[in-house]
Design a protein around this ligand. Structure first.
Ligand code: TYD
Ligand code: MG
Length: 456
């Protein structure tokens, strides 16, 4: 007979111990150890050949047949782009993001195109069939080949997969799924891990791609063990700001493509719309000829995106002037202000300084430094940076403008959106092709003072 023992598992990191601790010895979190009852009998089919491999037999690399990877197109090219060109057969994709960001919405929309040719099984443990139907009606999803299954028992889902043999399976969400042989509750580390493992074996065994929705916890990590990220083939993060309608899809891991691509969407009242021209969206409604504004170009993955940086410097009524940065690093703002004072002779010490990046985008890249400096000086001097001027470059502590990567892509994007005068680091000039150099006025600058001269 199988022995039963009790074990304590940290719900944050997966650490296991026969003894209970108030504070997890591994991750240091308090009150995360939960009791689980384990049988000494191993869960069925823990090990096995994956994806057609013969069990226990090693094959020579040269003897393994090359099979062209088959990818399903989802009809949302931004989604396909992030996946590296579509959903690969037999792959397991984890889609994660904050609650309400649009994970269920995007997957239901994907079902519409996929369902034209392929059989899709959408297993939901979160919503009732009526709720899903309502949403599908709103999104215009009418696909005949789409089956909805509202179930939380993974074994039943896997059984259905085996009997119905769908071409694609969607699981929404893994935190609601349960394996009845485990004693812990749904959403616990063990449940999440074992359910994923079970789905993974089914996916690899039957060569069916599975998209799994995962929630994130309050720190923004995938709720459940970190091991989940190791198990699956692809991890996608769906991100967005609460007050803005645009959403960015990113790959954090991809066994079948690069992680440099991003997809941009906008949440509308009838679902998500692809945004093929994010820069245009970011620059919409820009005031003409106003001081304190300059356009920056940052890379999001392999994609250059333009964003407007606004600076405002007003005389301060307090002994300690205020500094505020929205969408830009606060400490970096202080560094730029110090450099402007010491190396440029622009004094902000009795000024309140506010910096805002329009559109809710965050400029983490140092390449945004130059446009930040320009918008601040523009506000201080009440001088306008003309509307068709764009600047990028990293600012060093000596007041020098240092080169940045992907110069050609940035300049091309700026030209495409109608910018005529582009201020870039001098060292970057030699990386530009002749055609690019000829298609706009491109000014290479070595020090911040040269940039101010050129722009203001
Ligand atoms: P949902 O896909 O349910 O989020 P998740 O599965 O990631 O938790 O998205 C829900 C949000 O999206 C909800 O707050 C309303 C909004 N939404 C729209 O704005 N338009 C739509 O057409 C739909 C379906 C949802
Ligand atoms: Mg959902």
């Amino acid at each position: 007979m199988a022995k039963v023992k009790s074990i304590y598992v940290c719900q944050n990191c997966g650490y296991e111990n026969p003894k209970w601790y108030g504070k997890c010895p591994q991750c240091g979190e308090w009150d995360t150890m939960q009791e689980e009852v384990r049988s000494s009998e191993k869960p069925k089919a823990q090990a096995g050949g994956i994806g057609g491999g013969t069990r226990g037999v090693a094959q020579k690399l040269s003897e393994i047949e090359t099979v062209g990877e088959h990818r399903y197109q989802t009809g949302l090219s931004e989604f396909d782009r992030v996946l590296g060109g579509g959903i690969v057969k037999g792959s397991v994709v984890l889609l994660t993001g904050d609650p309400g960001i649009g994970k269920s919405t995007i997957l239901l929309q994907v079902c519409q195109t996929l369902g034209k040719e392929e059989k899709v099984l959408y297993a939901s443990g979160e919503e009732s069939p009526h709720q899903i139907k309502l949403r599908a009606d709103r999104l215009g999803v009418t696909s005949e080949n789409l089956s909805i299954m509202c179930e939380t028992d993974v074994e039943l889902i896997v059984e259905t997969i085996r009997s119905q043999k769908p071409d694609i399976v969607i699981i929404d969400s893994i935190q609601t799924m349960m394996l009845s042989e485990l004693s812990s509750s749904a959403g616990s580390i063990t449940q999440v891990r074992e359910c994923t493992n079970m789905l993974l074996r089914a996916a690899k065994g039957l060569d069916i791609p599975v998209i799994i929705v995962g929630h994130v916890n309050k720190d923004g990590n995938i709720a459940g063990p970190k091991v989940l990220e190791h198990i699956v083939d692809t991890v996608l993060y769906f991100e967005g700001e609460k007050n803005y309608s645009y959403r960015i899809l990113r790959a954090a891991k991809n066994r079948f493509g690069s992680t440099n691509e991003i997809g941009v969407f906008e949440m509308m009242d009838l679902g998500l719309r692809q945004v093929e021209n994010p820069s245009k969206m970011m620059l919409e409604g820009r005031p003409a000829n106003s001081s304190g504004s300059c356009v920056a170009c940052v890379m999001e993955g392999m994609r250059p995106i333009l964003a407007e940086v606004q600076g405002l410097a007003t005389s301060s009524n307090f002994g300690n002037p205020r500094r505020m940065a929205n969408g830009y690093d606060f400490n970096r703002l202080n560094v730029i202000l110090a450099v402007l004072e010491k190396r440029g002779g622009y004094y902000f010490s009795n000024m309140d300084v506010y910096l805002n990046v329009i559109g809710g985008i965050k400029l983490f890249e140092p390449a945004a430094d130059l446009s930040v400096a320009l918008s601040l000086v523009s506000s201080l001097k009440e001088a306008v940076v003309p509307d068709d001027v764009l600047a990028f470059g990293e600012i060093g502590l000596a007041g020098e403008v240092r080169s940045v990567g992907f110069c050609e892509q940035r300049v091309k994007e700026a030209i495409r959106l109608g910018f005529h005068k582009i201020i870039i680091p001098k060292d970057n000039l030699r990386h530009l092709s002749k055609e690019t150099l000829a298609s706009a006025e491109i000014i290479g600058v070595q020090y911040i003072s040269q940039a101010f001269q050129a722009a203001l």
